[in-house]
Design a protein around this ligand. Sequence first.
Ligand SMILES: [Zn+2]
Length: 376
Amino acid sequence: MAPKGNDMDTLEHIPFYDHHAHALYHEALWRAAPLGAYFTEAYDPVIQQRFAQDTLFFRRSMRDLGELYGCEPTAEAITDTRLRHDYAELCAELLSQANIQHLLIDDGFWPERLWSVEESRARLPLPVRRVVRIENELEKLLAHHDTSESLLSALDGILREAGQSAAGFKSIIAYRTGLDIASSSVPEQERSFERARREGGQLNEKSLLDAALLLGLRIAAELRLPVQFHTGYGDPDLDMRLANPLHLRSVIERPELADLKVVLLHCYPYVREAGYLASVYRGVHLDLGLTVPYTSVASMRGAFREALHLSPVSKVLISSDAQRTPELYWLAARWARRSLGQALRQTVEDGDLSSAESQWAAERILWHNANELYAR
Ligand SMILES: [Zn+2]
């Protein structure tokens, strides 16, 4: 893959390596889902129904989708037009219009409602690979074991096997007990395990989750697989104070993990913090998916600028974090290219990069950085 051309206005000629996304809805769910639900991370029905349509993201996206479908830029007209399409064709068409040429799917989100990795691979015109969510694998095993040691040893086996074909591992521990990961003794892990078994429901036991994560990180380091961490912005299941990537220092500094490739996903609003980490720790990379396209244009452009305050260009990535509906991949790719183009033009005006270097930076960030990081 050798991207050509030098159109900094759209960057459309550069393929997009989408290294963090989820799969598309099964068709019946897609047809039933209201358009507005795709434009907010809120669960609160009052936010969803009354306020979500007043964000800059929503207003901008209605004009984008009106342009895409050749209809009025209103939710009603867009809904009407999009539902007239053949769903499978629309999915393939929008991903190819977005010039997404490689897709990594974290299949730990809504697995019953979305296509599996195999279904995505069969239905989409591009290479699709799996990213394995460590916490989901742990939860699936929980009911089948009587001790934390037996549970963690089963997890070890599952992750090693999945790691043979996966593109990487992912952790959503920020959503559970936060990024301040700590070691614990086996008796502590056992007590944590017993509480988890007693309480049932979502696993929120810190000693057990931290032990499982540290195990996953050691396996990833051995198998030379990158590990993605959810950091920063997300839905309100998350305590965003505990999602600051600076908490990961104790993990990143472990000597046995020095060569582990860590990808800080999303980062908003902790983009400068993530850029700092990428500038001082060899394994750390940062991603701006979800920041793009869920925030204003100024914020998306600003996030690329802030990432590049300190981070080497070769450690900045962009993903769609899209899921459920094909328009989200298309919107993410459109604004990834536009806001990156705007940020890089500024680096040329400022004298940070030459025009040729800004072209190189665009190709690194949209394609080469991920393509090298996730190469097997
Ligand atoms: Zn995601």
